[in-house]
Design a protein. Structure first.
Length: 588
């Protein structure tokens, strides 16, 4: 049973949750990353950190030896450590960057595979732009956490711990000041980090909303212009941009506070330690070299402390992205290859007591029954909004009935292989979809084998489309533009019919395939459809009287149920609703 998709969590709901480390690790593990890059990168980062920790201790001996002969081997060692540390750190950063890019590529590939396998009901509830934001923006946040913040956090912790241990061995009294001061600094930064976390969630949500609005508007730009809706869309976009702007202002304020607050706190610690060290040097209880070495370690602590603060801020921002990605990956997807294959040739297609609703409490179909015998034409007629296109959606298995079943040869189609089932159905709609690319690409779209030019020209001829394709500059390799804007409505319909010929379906679904065409295009498309219908079980959502008259069986759909069925003559005689519909619809 198809369930309505729950509404996405709000930023406030997400911000109340803690970062799910287990879920995050499972998410990363799902991408099957190259872990050796992470471990080698971290190991080299630790080596570079170890070299950096050794420098102040060696510098202590150099400073204490001032006034005597210069210890050249020691000086060369210090310089060498600086150079080696920089080189190793660069290699470490490159490897960790590779690891992050590898993870984000794997994650995007996983999300892309998930998106194209999600049920149609998901796309009914979520804007395309929001899904694009998940695919691009949220994965980028996760990559930044993995490739930058996390490795820096690890090396910073090592540097912080190493420096504190060495300082403790050098002078425990001064080190105790640090043990007290650093937690105080973190206490000052914690409220700012919490605010940054909330703002990070809000920013990602606002970016997804803006992406959804912009994608929807730009994809329907012809409707915008034909409706003179530029001013309206300007205002709509401006609202989303202002929302992002206000959030960005808050984020800028918090970020601007965080940096100076951290700097001021650490500077206060530095001045305090320096003053105390100066007193100790003047009293003779500490050497000048020890003081400089201690201060160098103090500088090594300031950087990691700031890095740790930024890590928790980035962690907070990434937590929302992780949750959204996990929510998307948790959505049910179509099991395309499960179940046995089943030929639909010479089998009766039927619906038995089918109930369906897109949303709870709002039924669209109620107790729908129909039967389509092999190689017959079944028409569905009735007022707009009665549920005719929904029936086709259930036949394509875009949705599942809440009650009842769709059967072929008396067996429930839900148990059959979904890919195989759809491969035996040809669907030509009122506004047949066409992809950006060439005519060849559109004819063979989704095909599981290559076709020769002769085969493609043959189906174009059957669809009465070979003439206009021949007249195009590049023939089969002519670009049709995004959403097929470079071909007319009639041409797009005939290309869709040619594609259906190429698929050679056993069941044909025609959803008002000529409703929006001019009379000349309609005649040509109708001729192509008549050829396509030969030898197939055909179900038609009818809008032409000739289609209704010629159908073997007509089902009159009103308010989501079948009011009656039979031939045109039988319904005209027995069903007043149908008779009134025909008189009004076709002015008979």
């Amino acid at each position: 049973m198809e369930r309505r998709i729950a509404a996405p969590k709000t930023a406030r709901q997400r911000s109340a949750q803690k970062f799910d480390f287990k879920g995050f690790l499972n998410l990363i593990r799902h991408t099957k990353p190259k872990y050796w890059q992470l471990w080698v990168g971290l190991f080299l980062g630790m080596l570079a950190t170890g070299a950096q920790l050794a420098v102040p201790k060696l510098a202590q001996s150099l400073i204490n030896g001032l006034g005597h002969a210069m210890n050249q081997p020691l000086l060369i060692t210090v310089i060498g450590l600086f150079i080696v540390s920089a080189l190793v750190s660069a290699v470490s950063g490159a490897l960790l960057g590779f690891f992050g890019e590898n993870v984000v590529a794997g994650l995007r590939e996983t999300l892309w595979q998930k998106l194209i396998r999600l049920r149609v009901s998901y796309f009914d509830n979520v804007k395309t732009g929001e899904m694009t934001s998940r695919l691009v923006n949220d994965t980028m946040q996760i990559k930044n956490l993995l490739a930058n913040s996390f490795p820096q956090m690890v090396t910073s912790l090592l540097q912080l711990a190493g420096a504190l241990v060495i300082m403790l061995l050098m002078d425990w009294k001064m080190t105790m000041i640090m043990f007290i001061a650093v937690p105080l600094v973190m206490a000052v930064m914690f409220p700012i980090m919490q605010l940054s976390r909330k703002i990070g969630h809000q920013r990602q949500d606002a970016m997804a909303a803006f992406s959804g609005v912009s994608d929807e508007t730009l994809s329907e730009i012809r409707l915008v212009k034909s409706s003179n809706a530029e001013s309206y869309e300007e205002q709509t976009g401006a609202k989303e941009i202002q929302s992002l702007y206000q959030i960005g202002l808050k984020e800028a304020i918090y970020d601007s506070i965080a940096g100076p607050a951290m700097t001021a706190s650490m500077l206060a610690v530095f001045v305090g330690v320096l003053a105390y060290a100066a007193v100790r040097v003047s009293a003779g209880t500490m050497s000048m070299g020890t003081m400089f070495s201690f201060l160098m370690y103090l500088f090594q602590i300031i950087g990691p402390a700031g890095t740790l603060a930024r890590f928790f801020t980035d962690l907070s921002k990434a937590s929302g992205s992780t949750e959204r990605v996990q929510e998307l990956l948790a959505e049910p997807e179509e099991a395309l290859e499960d179940g046995p294959t089943q030929s639909v040739s010479d089998q009766t297609l039927a619906m038995q007591h089918v109930d369906f609703s897109y949303e709870d409490g709002q039924p669209v179909l109620h107790d729908v029954n129909f039967e389509a015998r092999p190689n017959t034409v079944v028409a569905f007629a009735g007022p707009s909004g009665g549920g005719k296109s929904t029936i086709f959606g259930l036949l394509e298995r875009y949705y599942q009935p809440e009650n009842g079943q769709v059967t072929i040869g008396g067996e429930n189609v839900q148990s059959f292989n979904l890919s195989d089932w759809r491969s035996q159905i040809g669907y030509v709609s009122q506004d047949s979809a066409i992809m950006a690319g060439t005519i060849r690409h559109n004819l063979t779209y989704g095909a599981n084998r290559d076709y020769s030019d002769e085969e493609l020209w043959h189906v174009l001829q059957l669809a009465s489309a070979d003439g206009f394709v021949h007249n195009m500059s590049d023939g089969l390799d002519t670009q049709v533009g995004e959403r097929g804007v470079k071909v007319s409505g009639g041409q797009r319909q005939r290309l869709a019919i040619a594609r259906a010929f190429l698929r050679d379906p056993k069941i044909l679904l025609l959803d008002e395939a000529t409703a929006s065409l001019d009379s000349e295009s309609e005649a040509m498309v109708q001729q192509a459809l008549s050829e396509l219908m030969k030898g197939r079980t055909t179900l038609i959502i009818a809008h032409r009287l000739s289609t209704i008259v010629d159908a073997d069986n007509i089902y009159f759909i009103e308010d989501g149920h079948v009011s009656g069925h039979g031939t045109h003559t039988e319904l005209m005689a027995s069903l007043p609703l149908y008779r009134d519909y025909v008189k009004i619809q076709f002015k008979e």
